[in-house]
Design a protein around this ligand. Structure first.
Ligand SMILES: NC(=O)c1ccc[n+]([C@@H]2O[C@H](COP(=O)([O-])OP(=O)(O)OC[C@H]3O[C@@H](n4cnc5c(N)ncnc54)[C@H](O)[C@@H]3O)[C@@H](O)[C@H]2O)c1
Length: 393
């Protein structure tokens, strides 16, 4: 089978940390062209990764001159909308980095453009591709912790990591290109994750996102956020993020009627010390436990005699699956979806747009001082982004 040609718009940190090497590793893909408004960076990447075509400063010229199957849009979020629509109109499959866009209206416009052009659309929510999150989802679906009633997810990632250590630009702290920091740039990952794990649509939202610690000379954007979601099936969840606390911290907790699950996508501190810890109140025999629990379970006693007991004694089990690179799994999955003509359910354009809608509902909730029902009836623009957005339209 012919390889799928992939081009990249935005050759900055995420492209260099993940997308170029993923294209290179996958036997089904080849790099066609690169584009960056910093032409030198586009040239350097095209040469380093042996692009078949050229490098470009202007994405429109690249879309015009090069033939490709997939475009990866890895520019700051303020540009995702125009670039995705232009590529969809050329019949190119779209891989759009998270956050999909800066407003709910723009997100749905990309979905419509992709559907009209009959191209696949996937959003770069790599959290769904960490093995522990996929195992967690599988165990939830197998009913190991009963009916899922509550969830909580947090991701705290300081400015020192992004943009200061890893980004090529300072867009993350700028209103014109980043639009919102803690909520749109960081929490987006966990809103997507919790919505997926809870397995229900969000009905209403209340939350806060504001600058509480960073000097205004550094940024005007929100550096902290908290939110609560109520789902259509009655369950509830919370998400929090910040950009000022120095240590990276992330944890997801899922509470069911018959158990609890803790997940950590990068177990980097003594508290979040294993990728999955799970407690089930069910009376399982050892051979009835889901395979994944027996396969990757790490024995906490040298001779685990008590596992031969029937049923298995109730206690916490930790699972440490092999560490896999979520980004290459994500591209592989997208390629499979294109080849088999199936919808990229992990994470589809519609999922991406629903997450942007939840984020916009938090801004609306701040404005109205109340719960906000979904779906939104109007376009909501992040407050700091409003003047730039207006000028652009
Ligand atoms: N999925 C993830 O885990 C993940 C991680 C990091 C970043 N991201 C997302 O990827 C996007 C890029 O982030 P980054 O960290 O790579 O940023 P970055 O600043 O390191 O790189 C952005 C690149 O885009 C280029 N660029 C900016 N505007 C452009 C335009 N209009 N046309 C062409 N090139 C343009 C810049 O010159 C730069 O090289 C953001 O939306 C970010 O949220 C996702």
């Amino acid at each position: 089978m012919d390889k799928l040609g992939v081009s990249i718009i935005g050759c900055g940190s995420i492209a260099q940390l993940s997308h170029f090497s993923s294209i290179d590793e996958l036997p089904e893909t080849e790099l066609i062209a690169t584009c960056d408004r910093d032409e030198k960076r586009a040239e350097e990447m095209a040469k380093k990764w042996k692009a078949r075509g050229k490098w470009y400063k202007d994405y429109r010229e690249m879309l015009e001159k090069e033939k490709m199957d997939i475009v990866i849009i890895a520019t700051p979020q303020a540009y995702h909308h125009e670039q995705a629509i232009a590529a969809a109109e050329k019949g190119i499959h779209l891989f759009v980095e998270k956050p999909m866009t800066c407003t709910n209206k723009e997100a749905w416009e990309i979905v419509e453009a992709a559907e009209k052009a009959k191209v696949k659309l996937m959003i770069g929510c790599n959290q769904r591709f960490w093995s522990q999150h996929q195992i967690g989802k599988e165990l939830i679906e197998k009913g190991v912790i009963g009916d899922i009633k509550m969830g909580r997810s947090s991701l705290h990632e300081s400015w020192k990591l992004f943009p200061e250590r890893l980004s090529f630009t300072d867009f993350r702290r700028r209103a014109d290109e980043g639009a919102s920091a803690a909520l749109l740039e960081v929490a987006v990952h966990r809103i997507d994750l919790i919505r997926w794990l809870m397995g229900s649509e969000v009905k209403r939202v209340v939350g806060i996102a504001k600058r509480i610690a960073s000097p205004k000379e550094y940024t005007l954007l929100d550096d902290a956020m908290w939110m609560i979601m109520e789902f259509e099936n009655g369950s509830i969840s919370a998400v929090s993020s910040d950009r000022f606390s120095p240590a990276v911290s992330n944890i997801t907790e899922i509470y069911g009627t018959e158990g609890t699950m803790f997940l950590s996508s990068e177990a980097t501190n003594p508290f979040q010390s294993v990728p999955i810890a799970i407690y089930s109140d069910k009376d399982y025999n050892w051979d009835e436990l889901p395979d994944v629990m027996r396969k990757w379970f790490y024995p906490q006693t040298f001779w685990p005699d008590d596992f031969l007991a029937k049923p298995v004694p109730k206690r916490w089990i930790s699972i440490s699956p092999p560490r896999e690179w979520s980004y290459s799994k994500m591209l592989k999955y997208f390629v499979e979806c294109i080849q088999k003509d199936k919808e990229p359910e992990l994470t589809s354009g519609r999922d991406g747009a629903k997450v942007i809608e939840i984020i916009c509902a938090v801004f609306k909730s701040m404005e109205t001082n109340s719960w906000v029902d979904l779906p939104l009836k109007e376009e909501v623009v992040p407050p700091q982004y409003k003047p730039y957005y207006k000028n652009r339209k």
